[in-house]
Design a protein around this ligand. Structure first.
Ligand code: FMN
Length: 484
């Protein structure tokens, strides 16, 4: 696994997954425009390292996670489903039958030990300490022309619940207001916002630390929809197969990853809000300006030669799709712990995580598809699922064309659509009210007589095995002919 971002970038270079851009490119719109163009190329294009962002001597790294291969590299696997199997194994412990069996379990036990972070006394991220540091010294991007300003788009925001001391890490964008303050865009449903609610109730200033550019597994973990109260560092430790090393901040009572490139230390005041936005968002549209808390900087610490890690969001597909894909795969085995009938799920890139959720189930009783819809609407960030398509277990949910075909042929609109109302994502623009609106599930499973459907279900067309063999043989010849 990668000990830090530099290590990951070196590996991307070796695997010919990185384009180094030596000519000057401006952080003001130009880097984002290049990144957008590259992200839209087949397979997500290469990772980009802008070595000379105009006006700065800190290189900018972007699109590091933006392909199937690179998200796998970041998380140390060949296929994301390997992680699902490892999580399955870890969460289904068996009693060893004997000594040999116990020895075989050692790697799993080590994996559990790696979950807990440890504190170290000195750290690369504190090689340089600048209590009077300014955000103007960092090559923070303005990504789209109508953005309200420059935004830190890939921060790991560390907070602690002021009452319980429980840690949260989330990726929440930060709009630069001036050299010493930014917006803090934690949406109301997120962990950071909950800690801030507690701080406001207690009328307390809340310390915040922001790590930029840690190792890739840790960077991903801050975007993961971990259940409230579960530390993202547990997930990071599991993914990187080594404990996360933390170091105490210089000016606030928080700890940050020792291997980060840059750390912003500061605080948010209770009751303080400032207009944030607009921002060209994951939806492909500008999100509306709104009032958010203000982050006040107390200190910048960084490596002697830091790299600024960022990401660009906009019209999908972009890098965030691959981060979301990792969550889809990693959380599937955990969701199956309470919903074992789920076979697979898929969040298409164009559905921006929650607009379209496709799930296949092993249907066991009448109304089962609706039970799954309701379960999703009650499960963590899956509550944001705006459209849920439920299909039978024989449908490949990763094949969007197959899903469109099956849903279209299997649902009766009046009978099979389930509406509900409830919390919706803060980025939802179509609902009448912010953060509150409607959601829809489509039951596209085969209907049963016990669900009131008494007509025969049609048989799927398929040729005979003999005819298929003949077709395979002839097709091979036809292709050879084409090549000749
Ligand atoms: C690139 C990127 C930017 C994000 N920006 C925000 C943001 O500005 N505000 C927000 O609430 N969530 C944002 N998210 C989503 C959160 O990081 C995600 O919901 C995460 O699970 C939140 O962690 P939490 O549950 O600990 O709050 C972003 C995700 C990504 C991948």
């Amino acid at each position: 696994m990668f000990k830090d971002l530099n290590d990951f970038i070196a590996a991307l270079d070796r695997e010919r997954q990185l384009a180094r851009i030596g000519e000057p490119v401006s952080p003001d719109l130009e880097i984002a425009a290049v990144t957008d163009r590259v992200s839209k190329s087949p397979g997500g294009g290469p990772a980009l390292l802008f070595e000379r962002p105009t006006g700065f001597d800190i290189p900018v790294a972007v699109n590091l996670f933006g392909s199937d291969k690179r998200i796998c590299m970041a998380l140390g696997v060949k296929q994301l489903d390997e992680l699902a199997s490892e999580i399955e194994e870890l969460t289904s412990p068996k009693m060893p039958a004997g000594m040999l069996d116990a020895l075989k379990m050692l790697p799993t036990i080590n994996r559990l030990r790696d979950l807990m972070p440890k504190t170290v006394s000195s750290a690369p991220c504190q090689e340089v300490v600048r209590k009077n540091g300014s955000l103007d010294d960092l090559p923070i991007l303005k990504t789209w022309p109508d953005d309200g300003g420059r935004y830190v788009t890939f921060p790991l925001v560390f907070t602690k619940d002021p009452e319980t001391g429980m840690r949260n890490i989330g990726t929440y964008r930060m709009q630069v207001f001036d050299g010493r303050s930014t917006g803090m865009h934690w949406q109301r449903h997120k962990g950071g916002a909950q800690h801030y609610r507690v701080a406001e109730r207690l009328k307390q200033r809340m310390p915040v630390a922001v790590a930029l550019g840690p190792d890739p597994a840790l960077a991903y973990s801050a975007t993961a929809p971990m259940p409230e109260g579960l530390d993202e560092l547990l997930l990071a430790g599991f993914l990187r197969r080594e404990r996360v090393e933390l170091v105490k901040c210089v000016t606030v009572d928080l700890e940050v990853p020792a291997n980060a490139q840059i750390v912003l230390e500061g605080y948010v005041e209770p009751g303080e809000r400032r207009r944030e936005g607009p921002f060209g968002d994951h939806t492909g549209f500008y999100s509306h300006p709104d009032d958010y808390p203000v982050f006040h900087l107390t200190c910048i610490t960084h490596r002697k030669r830091p790299i600024y890690l960022t990401t660009v969001v906009g019209i999908p597909p972009m890098e965030d799709y691959y981060l979301g894909k990792a969550s889809e795969r990693i959380f599937l085995p955990l969701i199956r712990k309470t919903l074992p009938e789920i076979v697979d799920m898929h969040f298409p890139a164009a559905g921006i995580f929650h607009n379209i959720v496709i799930v296949s189930i092993d249907k066991r009783y009448p109304g089962h598809a609706r039970k799954i819809m309701n379960a999703f609407w009650g499960l963590g960030q899956l509550m944001f699922s705006k459209t849920i398509l439920v299909v039978d277990k024989d449908v490949d949910v990763q094949n969007e064309a197959e899903v469109a075909w099956i849903v279209g042929t299997h649902y009766d609109p009046e009978r099979d659509i389930q509406f509900t109302r409830g919390p919706v994502d803060d980025l939802e623009d179509a609902s009448d009210l912010p953060a509150y609106g409607s959601k829809m599930g489509i039951d596209a499973t085969r209907k049963w007589p016990s669900e009131g459907f008494t007509r025969p279900w049609p048989k799927k067309v398929a040729t005979t095995e003999d005819a298929a063999r003949k077709a395979d043989a002839l097709w091979a010849k036809i292709q050879r002919g084409w090549k000749a």
